[in-house]
Design a protein around this ligand. Structure first.
Ligand SMILES: [Zn+2]
Length: 253
């Protein structure tokens, strides 16, 4: 049986909940005092909204599980290497320049608009091994295992350069703890060496040109975008296995 934590609850369980909420980016900062007051309730509501759960301000089993999964340091079921495992080139000289080219599926691609304010585009990798193809449906299934209702990214770039839509851009994504509001998450398939162990910039030339094209289109479409960053700028992760700030992508805005 799970205890429902709600307004008036006290003790160690509330303290654990408050820690999870803080890790998930509760704003304003939450006091870890084991006392479920109005601030904790507001943080639960905000987290429930971002996690696409029923927003009732009460933390039961579903909310706790979703919070734990969302704050796990690694991709569930897939090893996401930490920064220390990144290969040389990540911090070294930028790779050769590519030109933005429309993806091969451009005629079928509809980049939706949104009234949701977007100020930043955050780049990810799917943390999948080099040379292997994975689909939006594959990634969606992994993310659903984490308790989310849909894939966490808004766009996914396949190895052949096709740009696929993930979660509708009008919905807040689930891709960077504490930074999903106001951002668009895009991921390329790959990001890990063929042995599945080492973070590696595995972008194919087609992926690099499609990523460049996609980010330019998104910047043009969402007037509020002020920067393009990588997941590793916000977490001790290698994702997207290169330094966006040294890449052409980081220079678009
Ligand atoms: Zn990521």
């Amino acid at each position: 049986m799970t205890t429902l934590l709600k307004r008036g609850s006290r003790g160690a369980a509330v303290r654990s909940l408050q820690k999870l909420l803080s890790e998930y980016g509760a704003s304003p900062r939450l006091l870890i005092d084991g006392d479920f007051g109005p601030a904790t309730e507001a943080a639960v509501r905000s987290a429930q909204g971002r996690l696409e759960l029923v927003v009732d301000g009460i933390a039961g089993a579903q909310t706790m599980t979703a919070l734990r999964r969302a704050t796990e340091p690694v991709f569930a079921g897939r090893a996401e290497p930490d920064k220390a495992a990144m290969q040389e080139r990540v911090s070294g000289a930028p790779a050769d320049q590519v030109s933005a080219e429309a993806p091969p599926n451009v005629s079928a691609l509809n980049l939706l608009g949104t009234a949701r304010p977007v100020s930043e585009i955050i780049v990810h990798c799917a943390a999948t091994p080099e040379g292997k193809d994975f689909t939006v449906d594959d990634i969606r299934a992994w993310h659903k295992q984490r308790g989310w209702t849909d894939i966490g990214y808004h766009y996914v770039v396949y190895r052949d350069g096709r740009v696929m839509t993930g979660r509708p851009v009008g919905q807040i994504g689930s891709h960077v703890a504490g930074r999903n509001t106001g951002t668009i998450g895009i991921a390329y398939v790959g990001g890990v060496s063929a042995d599945g162990r080492t973070a590696k910039d595995t972008r194919t030339e087609r992926q690099r040109s499609s990523l460049l094209w996609l980010v330019r289109e998104l910047v043009a479409k969402h007037a509020g975008v002020r920067k393009v960053t990588g997941h590793n700028q916000y977490a001790a992760k290698a994702c997207p296995s290169f330094d966006v700030s040294l890449d052409q992508l980081g220079a678009i805005v």
